[in-house]
Design a protein. Structure first.
Length: 323
């Protein structure tokens, strides 16, 4: 038997979920004693269990240093899988609770805030009409954080910007729609800027800016706009990503300005507190997709959701402009 065959047999026959829980406790506390206390078992029990686990993996997983127990290279690999396994186990428990309550299961879906209402309506119309019903969890965040949450098995799928990072091969990304971005200006300043053939970047730099988070494509676009004009990027008055927060803040900033996708900008302007400059900014935005991990048990659900949104686009319902 080769070492690889031996390892495969050990993992298949001896590895248990409790082993992963113990490894995560040791990693968290970096001490056998404190790990034992957190697990409410004796120190010798944890010592023996760690020895058994290292025998299963045929490699030392921790090394003692002046700072406490530190993971070895093999330990880092095993701990990454342990976190996935424990997160998947917790998700399975929640899903089974839903099944016992008569639900079809559970779907944890993430989304960026800048999603047009017709796309959200199409998604919810499909998901809430499923029978038996699916228990749903929705979470808003930036694309980078949503993708990290999927990789940590905290979310099942996400409506987010298309990712081109080097590790994106583990993601399935199905295009949903494209967006153009526009300057959105508080109404007291809007009339003056609307008269100009093109916005003066120098004048914009003196206004009260609302920036999205630094790790978003629109933030990168704002930085590029000022850098390309030889201007310093202004210090924002407010950093915010929630549409309601941006809309409310513009009511109190007569010289307020921000950048938003056109569909979202129109929603903010509809309340009468802001105007949208008609000329789109010349930088393309990454398209928005529905993303999920290739090995996700929710692949069928995610694929059906993509098809439902696209069907509604083909049938009209206000989606043709954004898809």
């Amino acid at each position: 038997m080769t070492p690889a065959d031996d390892l495969a047999l050990r993992l298949e026959n001896r590895l248990k979920m409790r082993h992963y829980v113990l490894l995560m406790a040791i990693d968290r506390h970096r001490s056998i004693t404190r790990a034992a206390e957190s697990l409410r078992v004796s120190q010798p029990t944890v010592t023996r269990a760690l020895s058994d686990i290292e025998d299963i993996f045929m490699a030392p997983l921790f090394v003692r240093t002046r700072r406490g127990l530190e993971p070895t290279a093999a330990g880092d690999v095993v701990l990454a899988r342990a976190r996935f396994a424990v997160a998947d186990n917790a998700a399975l428990q929640k899903e089974l609770e839903g099944v016992r309550a008569g639900r079809q299961g559970r779907l944890r879906i993430g989304m960026i805030p800048y999603i047009p209402t017709p796309v959200l309506d199409a998604a919810w119309q499909h998901l809430l009409a499923l029978r038996p019903r699916v228990s749903l969890l929705a979470h808003e965040d930036t694309t980078l954080n949503l993708i990290a949450a999927m990789r940590d098995r905290v979310l099942d799928c996400a409506i987010c910007r298309f990712s081109q990072d080097s590790a994106a091969d583990d993601l399935v990304q199905e295009l949903l729609y494209q967006q153009q971005v526009h300057l959105v200006v508080a109404r007291p300043s809007g009339a003056r800027l609307l008269r100009a053939a093109a916005p003066d970047v120098g004048e914009l730099s003196e206004m009260d800016w609302i920036f999205p988070p630094s790790n978003t494509p629109i933030r990168h676009m704002i930085d590029a706009m000022f850098a390309g004009a030889g201007q310093r990027v202004p210090v924002p008055v407010l950093e915010a990503y929630a549409v309601r927060t941006v809309s409310s803040a513009l009511q109190h900033l007569p010289r307020g300005v921000t950048v938003l996708p056109r569909d979202v900008a129109d929603l903010v302007a509809a309340g009468g507190t802001a105007v949208v400059l008609p000329q789109p900014l010349p930088w393309p935005m990454p398209p928005v997709s529905l993303a999920w991990l290739r090995d996700s048990p929710k692949t069928a659900v995610a694929t059906a959701l993509v098809a439902a949104v696209r069907r509604r686009a083909d049938g009209g319902d206000g989606l043709a402009d954004v898809l």
